[in-house]
Design a protein around this ligand. Sequence first.
Ligand code: NAD
Length: 294
Amino acid sequence: MKIAFIGLGIMGKPMVRNLVKHGNEVWVYDIKTENIAQVTKDGAREGASNADIVSKCPVIITMLPNSPQVEAVVLGDKGLLAYAKNGSVLIDMSSIAPAASQEIEKACAQKGIKMLDAPVSGGEPKAIDGTLSIMVGGEKALYDQYKSLLLQMGGSAVYCGPIGAGNTTKLANQVIVACNIAALAEAMTLAKTSGVDPQLVYEAIKGGLAGSTVMNAKAPMMMEGNFTPGFRIDLHIKDLNNALETGAKFGSPLPMTAMVQQMFMTLHADGYGSDDHSALAKYYAKVSGTKIGK
Ligand code: NAD
């Protein structure tokens, strides 16, 4: 398949490599031109601009930071709508606001371009392995048509409902992960301030009801004091802002999300925006005076 892929960051690069491995002709572009060479050496083809690659390919995949970037790439002067051929398909795999997906899809439909929103969970390791969890919104028939393509990058691709439903599902995921990490940091700080070794607490409880994928991934990082991303705090702030905006739109209260968003904002202000989100441990260190780990 001939694919235009826009956005070659932490996630986009390994996703492109998997598409190339599956025999696709993948044309790539990123405003950070240094990212382009990192995938052309693995078989992707260099485009001159977003406009150049979308005019060449019937399938366009975007993997960009947030709604404003996707809007600029699709709706902007030199964007996809101006250059993509009628009948093209846009699969936006960025994590953006569901309302933005719906607006973008409407604009695409007027130009004869179909769209799926298909954000992912799993981070860079699963992007490299091609085992991302993909959550998809849009017309069911379009999902059926492109499911096998999505599975070249993912271990699962679940249909969640009409356009925007993929991103609503992703917001639910991000709320659960953020609140879990905060609860973990809070509980481990309690253990430490009470004089019990957090490592022993982790060993004792990880097989019980409190155990989780989040605990197994993030408790060791907190104990090591290793906050190399992973998933950056600034990206999680973006997702929680999108969740709060969506909650406000539909009248869904998100008190826990709002609280964790404020903790992340405090960390951002302290200069930790590029740390892994497990650095919520640093917020608890600040307010308790006690570090969980090293
Ligand atoms: P990133 O910031 O590393 O990459 C985004 C890329 O988009 C950058 O290389 C940037 O230069 C490029 N870009 C921005 N504007 C552009 C434009 N106008 N034209 C072309 N390229 C442009 O981000 P990432 O970590 O790869 O994440 C991408 C998306 O996936 C985000 O929505 C993020 O929330 C989501 N996500 C990330 C992870 C993760 O662990 N990093 C996990 C799941 C989902």
